[in-house]
Design a protein around this ligand. Structure first.
Ligand SMILES: Nc1ncnc2c1ncn2[C@@H]1O[C@H](COP(=O)(O)OS(=O)(=O)O)[C@@H](OP(=O)(O)O)[C@H]1O
Length: 217
């Protein structure tokens, strides 16, 4: 972590921290008062985003198995009633949020972990950022008018000094179109895990399959 003066807050982020088994203990060792911010989104969309990112880094994209093949068991990937979700695939495993959060809660008290609904961060960014300001003990300065929607990617961008700052080319990539039966299978797979997660955090996020399908297609 870089050094900072007492009136500054340093934020460090990586999606990999959440699911790496060694990280909570190491962060606690570094600073047991560390405030943790976890951004979660619908795990089905997260898996597709993860796959899209991996694919974008491959040289020979056509040789790469489809999302459907990866998400369902390899030999039986036709979304029929007997094919089951491949819960060993990293893109799926990371989305079982309660399993990872449980580990963090063994090292940090719940009030030291703030959860951001990643879906709401897209639709109502100011409201989500205002909660983060409160969690960090900062004066609330962010307003809805500080954001504008990117007309091409349909994600929020930050308005600062009259200019629009959007996230770079590697964020908001176009996702592949996924068979609706596979989306449904994944939604069914994640449902009990999401419920377990909501119970753990005593909050509920509205990640409905209908919205998911309309967002993806
Ligand atoms: N404002 C805004 N602009 C662009 N993208 C946005 C925004 N808010 C959330 N997102 C979603 O963030 C996804 C990338 O998340 P991360 O930055 O954590 O991923 S990573 O660090 O690259 O692994 C990225 O995933 P993809 O859509 O799959 O690219 C976006 O869906």
């Amino acid at each position: 972590m870089p050094l900072a003066s007492p009136d500054k807050i340093v934020i460090e982020k990586s999606p990999a921290y959440f699911h790496n088994k060694d990280v909570p203990a190491r962060i606690k060792q570094l600073n047991s008062k560390m405030k943790i911010i976890l951004v979660v989104r619908d795990p089905v969309i997260r898996a597709i985003s993860d796959y899209t990112q991996t694919l974008s880094k491959r040289k020979y994209k056509v040789l790469h198995p489809s999302f459907e093949k990866m998400a369902l068991n390899w030999s039986n990937a036709d979304a029929n009633s007997t094919s089951i979700v491949n819960s060993h695939w990293g893109a799926i495993k990371v989305g079982i949020y309660h399993k990872h959060l449980k580990r963090w809660l063994q090292h940090f008290p719940p009030d030291q972990i703030h959860i951001v609904d990643g879906e709401k961060l897209i639709t109502s960014p100011a409201a989500e950022v205002n909660q983060v300001e409160k969690f960090l003990g900062l004066k609330s300065v962010v307003k809805p008018e500080d954001f504008a929607i990117d007309p091409h990617k349909h994600f929020p961008c930050v308005r600062a000094k009259g200019e629009l700052h959007c996230l770079g080319a590697t964020k908001g990539r176009k996702h592949p179109k996924i068979q609706i039966e596979v989306l449904q299978k994944l939604a069914d797979f994640f449902e009990p895990h999401n419920l377990e997660f909501f119970k753990m955090i005593n909050r509920k996020f509205y990640w409905s399959p209908e919205r998911k399908v309309s967002l993806i297609h």
